[in-house]
Design a protein around this ligand. Sequence first.
Ligand SMILES: Nc1ncnc2c1ncn2[C@@H]1O[C@H](COP(=O)(O)OP(=O)(O)OP(=O)(O)O)[C@@H](O)[C@H]1O
Ligand SMILES: [Mg+2]
Length: 252
Amino acid sequence: MIQVSNLSFGPAANPILQGIDAEIPAGRVTALIGPNGAGKSTLLKLIARQLTASSGRIRMDGMDLAQTVPAQLACKMAVVAQHLSVASRVRVRDLIGFGRWPHSAGRLGVADHAAIANAVELFDLGDLQTRFLDELSGGQRQRAFIAMAYVQDTDWLLLDEPLNNLDLHHARNLMAQLRHLTELQGRGIVIVVHDLNYAISWSDHVVALRDGKVAFQGPVAAAATAERLSALYQTPVAITRLGGQPFAQYHR
Ligand SMILES: Nc1ncnc2c1ncn2[C@@H]1O[C@H](COP(=O)(O)OP(=O)(O)OP(=O)(O)O)[C@@H](O)[C@H]1O
Ligand SMILES: [Mg+2]
């Protein structure tokens, strides 16, 4: 479990996150939702230790994250940021190989190559693996970074807007892969997502942020009601069922 306790970030007079208490279950897919500027990426960066909280505490599977060293963290969680910086002259396959660093210390062995090949297949990168990152489309590049995080083979995977740029085939494929990872391997996954239908039909759990605070959280079916989602986004959201799945209607 990721346990966030009384977490705040930013100047006291104008905090970006304030008094966040959240519990993110292990071995499940959790959607982190909320309007632009709510603090989703900031919370993810605090969990990833890319930022330091002004107060509060984060525990991951009982481990106080403030007390861990980077090498420990790299074996515990993999992170894909919302804005990917591209080292231009890196090939897709080499980028994915970087994800094996915590295991291989730079010398890729048989198991590492097998993990890379598996990721290439899972994320449909076969035709792209020898291409340079700066010669890819936005969605192709996004998939390469997700594959790099995947091969890190960590208990936790934190993905900030992984569906950004993905066409509907690759978006659905990614969500299916993430579900497999939780169901077959028991990995905990946190995704920031704006498309409510991906959030409510593929996630187990939801944490909703608004104005730097938790608006609501809990198991999706119970927590993500039409009333709460409408209030969260200040936009009418209706929830119906379609093909046995919840369906959010908010486009018009
Ligand atoms: N480096 C920074 N310095 C100052 N303020 C920042 C910084 N980064 C983000 N903020 C502010 O913090 C707030 C939360 O930003 P954050 O990026 O966490 O939002 P978000 O929920 O991820 O939004 P989005 O859906 O647009 O990605 C916003 O008001 C933003 O303007
Ligand atoms: Mg963001």
